[in-house]
Each structure stands twice: as C-alpha cells, then as structure tokens.
Design a protein around this ligand. Sequence first.
Ligand code: FE2
Length: 369
Amino acid sequence: MTEQNPLGLKKIHHVEFYVGNAKQAEFYYRKAFGFSRAAYSGLETGNRETTSYVMRQNRVNFILTTPLSPEHHAAEHIRQHGDGVRDIAFQVEDADYAFNEAVKRGARAFIEPHDWQDENGSVRKAAIHTYGDTIHSFISYNTNNGHNYNGVFLPGFIAQEVKGDEVGIVLVDHIVGNVELGKMNVWCDFYRDVMGFHRYITFDDKDISTEYSALMSIVMSDGGHNIKFPINEPAESKKGKSQIQEYIEFYRGAGAQHVALLCKDIRQTVAKLQANGVEFLTVPDSYYAELPNRVGEIDEDIESLHKLGILVDRDEEGYLLQIFTKPVEDRPTVFYEILQRKGCKGFGKGNFKALFVSIEDEQRRRGNL
Ligand code: FE2
C-alpha cells in the first residue's frame, strides 16, 4: 500500500448488474455485445437466492444477477432503479486491509471482511458503499492467511461456457457516475480521501453546455491511470432538463451512467455491434465535414468513420475514437461507450456538443426535455 494507492487496489475485478431477468440479459450481452458466458450460479449449483451469469470478453467480466424472490435486496434495487450497476468490484492486495483502511478514511461499511469459499478454495471479500445504492467490493486472492482460489471465477460459480461471437471489446476504460446536483465535489472528495485518487480532468458547464444539456464533470483517477471514474452532476441549463437530471429521475438517484469499453479496432467492433442490432447515437453529417479541421491528420479515412457514426477527438498526446450506445434498458439510464485510444488520454471533450444535441433529440422524443 502506498500513498498513491492506500487501499492496494489492483484492478476492476468485475462489474455486477442487478437485472430483472438475467437469462434474457445474458442472451443480449452474448448475442449483441459478443460476450461469452463463462460461469453460472443458480438453483442447480445450490444457490437458492439469486441466479448469476458471468459474461466475459478478454479482460472484461460482467456478472448479471437476478433475485429469485421479492425478499432479496436485489429485488428492491431493481424496483427502484430498473436494471443497473450494483457493484464495481476491485481486486485488491488484501481485502481486510482495503476495507479497514477505507472505513478509517471515511467510507461507509457495507459488508465486513469474510471468507468466501467452495470446494475450489476461498477468497476474502468485503464491501463499502459509494454513490447511490452502488457498492465497491474488495476481493483478494493469495492472502497470507492462506486464501487461494482455483475455480473458474469466484466461489459458488461453476464453469459453464456458452461462446459468444467476440466483437473485440478488451477492457473497461472508465465508469461514469451520475450524482445529484451539488454532490459532485462530495463524491470526488470521497474518491480522493478514501481511495487516494486525484482529479485528472475537470469539465465545467462552459465546456459542456448546449441549450439544455449542461453538466459538470470531474474525472477521478488512481495514480497509474488504470481506474478512472468520471463523476457528473447536472448543471443549471438555459432551458429544459439536463440529461443527468433525466437519468437521476429515472434511476431514482445517483448511479453508474455508462461503462466505457476499450477496443483495439473500433471500426471492426462497431460494425459487428451494429450488425448485431446494438443502437448508437448519431451526429449530423456536418460533424464529419468539420472533422479534418478539428482533429487534423488521422490514420482512418473519414468516410469509413462517417458510415459507422464514430466520433474523433484529439489532445496534445494523440487522438481517440468513440461512440455511444442508446440506453440498453427501457428507462433512459445506463448506456455504453465504445472507444479506442491512439495516445489520447482524454474523454472526448470536443465531441460533447455534437453528442448532446443528439442526446437532446432523444430526450425530446421521450418527452423528458
Ligand atoms: Fe465516457
């Protein structure tokens, strides 16, 4: 543990979603997003409480969990929020240490450190609260008190492979949290004080403002820039309703807004996702006419990006290519970003304006502007 990494975080271990029907969500993530089912927990494995599918694509692990009774706390989570992110779980050096240190530094405890085991061994697990009803679990393997796990994923899961047709998603790049008006700094301070993160990039409403969609955003990052959590709050818009406010009303509070998934060849990935039926936001043709002036020389020919609706932005170190899905559930809440970085460490600030006009068109169609 160091000053830059006081909790000993290693990486995002997985993201767990609570969903109304995990069997159908599994089908969607496999058939549309190209994940493979890797593991399963449910009635057949002796789990009487929930059914969970572990969906994997390269280094991305999602757990899709549904409760089997209305008494399980996941049922209340779904009643309040619809399908959404419950847990952004970290692999840590030592779950006991991470938990105790986090709580000492001001985190609200959720689950005390405990053994989690099956016939393949054990891990240590604990959890703290973050914004809204979202939690951060801490999971450690190979602890010095003898925990080690050799199973397919985590205790309670059996291997159950159902192959998806991979689309080239490799890694979680960042996960954005939407928080209530006035709470952005509170949660940025939380990530600074509890996790030792620092303010990486700040956007204010001058950067990100159209007629309606004003928001403020601060990107919090760990020292190694491996874990990046932008925090958004709605800003007073000139008229109508900020897209962040729309999220908060439909999610009934703060929560994860989008998960950004890194890929190596975005044109290939997006072509496959579109063929699979994933719906993306689109920007007007004029965006591509202005693009050469805005970003200069890039490797990709602009017509091919235009055809797929991929956006480009540049900073001092390079450029990035990105595209955003529409919300993946009926409430206008959680969506995905697909991105490829070519040196650029930013988040696509130059695209905010074009994107927000597109998001506002969608909001207007939903009667929420
Ligand atoms: Fe993003």
